[in-house]
Design a protein around this ligand. Structure first.
Ligand code: GUN
Length: 296
């Protein structure tokens, strides 16, 4: 391996410390405690794990955590009524509705019913529009985490060739907008892209967010490139399973300049950025200066 390892676990711990310090300051100076409400509908096991982890980390940085667990057959009207209550509650600065929702619920409608100022996921159509037009927005957590790691590693990203593989609303599209905001030349590639290998080989910054285990091999990576692997895929490994990214780590690490591992790369950054967004939302709600180094 020749690539430098980009340690997301360590970086996320530093962000949590920064958030905790500033939460302490907010309490001391203004008597304010940022509050995050997480709504989980149904019993999807992976979602339950995420929600538990979010609640635990929220409390650890000194914020208030409000969990709402609703049954899988919750009606749209009941869910919208809960969100309306959370929107109106001054103790709640951030609202997150865990996705995916059960299929009888319209995710777009539900997400767009959240007050955009409390939309710490950055999924509301207003925040999508603000980000796309270079205005102050709530930025989706995973792409925000990727950008923080890239800025930390590179300093300026201006003029670099960036290729984002994956076009989801949660990662691929907002990631591309953020990189464009950093003056990168941005390509969004996906499963239908012709000669994907050749497109990837152009990238100084290669972001893989397709959700297919080890799909990108080392010979698709430009020597010296920075590789950000957003994938978290569980594959069989003998009797057990193990987590791998969308990039084939060993072969890519032999040619890249820097690479995020899976696990321990982008993954831990997502919740750290959710906490950062909740702090930012609280500061904005009270007309206070925004936390430094935690927003774009
Ligand atoms: N499900 C998987 N990732 C996410 C995320 O970042 N936010 C929400 N709300 N749900 C998710």
């Amino acid at each position: 391996m020749t690539a430098a390892l980009m340690d997301g676990k360590l970086f996320a711990a530093k962000i949590r410390t920064k958030v905790a310090d500033q939460v302490g300051q907010l309490k001391q100076d203004h008597g304010l405690t940022p509050g995050l409400a997480v709504v989980l509908v149904g019993e999807d096991p992976a979602s339950q794990v995420y929600v538990r982890s979010k609640g635990k980390q929220t409390v650890e940085v000194g914020m208030a955590s409000f969990e709402h667990k609703l049954s899988a057959d919750t009606s749209e009207a009941d869910l919208l009524s809960l969100i309306a209550k959370l929107n109106a509650d001054p103790e709640i600065h951030g609202i997150l509705v865990q996705l995916p929702l059960p299929s009888h619920l319209n995710s777009d409608l539900v997400i767009n019913s959240i007050d955009p100022a409390k939309d710490v996921d950055g999924f509301h159509i207003s925040n999508v529009g603000l980000l796309g037009t270079g205005q102050k927005a709530m930025v989706p957590c995973t792409p925000l985490g990727c950008l923080m790691m890239l800025r930390d590693h590179h300093g300026s990203l201006s003029g670099l060739e960036a290729v984002v593989v994956g076009r989801s609303n949660i990662v691929g599209k907002p990631m591309a907008q953020l990189l464009l905001g950093e003056s990168c030349t941005v390509t969004i590639a996906h499963s239908r892209t012709r000669d994907l290998a050749e497109v990837c080989r152009r990238a100084d910054i290669l972001v893989a967010a397709v959700g297919r285990a080890e799909m990108i091999p080392g010979d698709w990576v430009k020597p010296g490139a920075t590789v950000i692997d957003v994938g978290i895929n569980r594959i069989a490994a003998g009797e057990k399973t193990r987590l791998v990214g969308d990039v084939h780590f060993e072969s890519a690490a032999a040619v890249a300049g820097a690479i995020t591992p899976v696990p321990g790369g982008v993954g831990p950054m997502t919740i750290a950025c959710l906490l950062a967004n909740t702090l930012t939302a609280c500061c904005r709600a009270h007309g206070l200066p925004e936390p430094e180094g935690l927003t774009v």
